[in-house]
Design a protein around this ligand. Structure first.
Ligand SMILES: [Zn+2]
Length: 315
């Protein structure tokens, strides 16, 4: 790695290890084995690790390998090797989402019984077209167009007919209905403080895909509860997902953790590390002779040289 490359790394603001009311945090690092870990992952893993270790808690590892198309066993193996190389030891056994489909199915069934799900038959292409057709398609927090809820209004008879003839469908969360059941909700982020939950901001999210009986949102909520996670630490790109997670916790009667949405490691142009090529994977840096100490120094330098601006998480 050249000095130029090091200078390119940036964090948007300060992070601090949260010590809250003397609680011992149970945290987790939850990567998807869809590629090799990069500097951004190292930052996230270290943050979760330190938050647990410095409070006498537990640091857990979960592999989010729901997607059989994109996840590969060799990447899962590489994650374990890289964490060991970094010197980040986790507690307990590795939890793999691909082995937990029965749990997700149970949670899904419970939500279905509550009447807060509906089947969505749309293909990706149809969703794109529906968004284009909807004069006032709702926008998400990042300006992305949201699913306009086409299948929510399907006639029950047609719905039954399409299911009957074996048409593939996903399950979507009827957010408005769900909120009628739960009433207003709030959640606590260590940096942002109390946040009023606004799950509608993400639209009627998919909770079970056509090909996988779960989705990111459902699996994360079920697993964090099952693993006893008390402080969910993750990048601020997932700040808005927490609105949905809080709603799912209320619907499923699960304990509510606290959250810390930390900085994302990016470059000076504001591009996220994850969007870059493989140049900054831990494997690559290791092959160039760097050790874990240099990795940590690099990340600390980035944090120290980044102007501490008062950006609100997720903005
Ligand atoms: Zn649909």
């Amino acid at each position: 790695m050249t000095a130029g490359e090091v200078r390119e790394i940036a964090l948007r603001g300060p992070d601090f290890v949260p010590v809250l009311d003397g609680a011992a945090h149970v945290t987790r690092f939850a990567p998807s084995p869809t590629g090799y870990l990069h500097l951004g992952h190292a930052y996230a893993a270290r943050f979760a690790h330190d938050a647990a270790r410095l409070t006498g808690g537990r640091f857990l590892l979960r592999l989010e390998d729901l997607d059989p198309q994109r996840c590969r066993p060799e990447f899962a193996t590489a994650i374990l090797e890289d964490l060991q190389w970094l010197g980040l030891r986790f507690d307990g056994v590795v939890v793999r989402q691909s082995e937990r489909m029965a749990l997700y199915r149970q949670a899904l069934e419970r939500l279905r019984t509550l009447g807060v799900l509906y089947p969505c038959f749309c293909t990706r292409k149809q969703v794109r077209e529906e968004i284009a057709d909807a004069a006032a398609a709702p926008h998400g927090p990042s300006g992305e167009r949201l699913y306009p809820g086409t299948c929510r209004a399907l006639d029950p008879a047609e719905r039954a007919r399409r299911i009957g003839r074996g048409e593939a469908f996903a399950w979507r969360l009827d957010v408005a209905r769900a909120l009628e059941r739960t009433g207003p909700l709030a959640w606590y982020d260590v940096r942002a403080g109390w946040v009023e939950a606004d799950p509608a901001a993400l639209g009627d999210v998919v909770l079970a895909r056509k090909d996988v009986p779960a989705s990111y949102h459902l699996a994360v909520v079920v697993d964090d509860a099952a693993q006893g996670v008390t402080l969910v630490t993750r990048g601020e790109d997932l700040f808005h997902a927490t609105h949905v997670h809080r709603l799912l916790q209320a619907l499923l009667g699960l304990p509510v953790p606290r959250w810390y949405h930390h900085n994302l490691v990016g470059d000076r142009d504001g591009r996220r590390m994850a969007k870059r090529t493989g140049a900054l994977t831990l494997r690559h840096l290791r092959a160039r002779g760097l050790g874990p100490a240099e990795i940590w120094r690099m990340l600390e330098t980035a944090a120290a040289t980044t102007p501490a601006c008062a950006t609100s998480p997720g903005s």
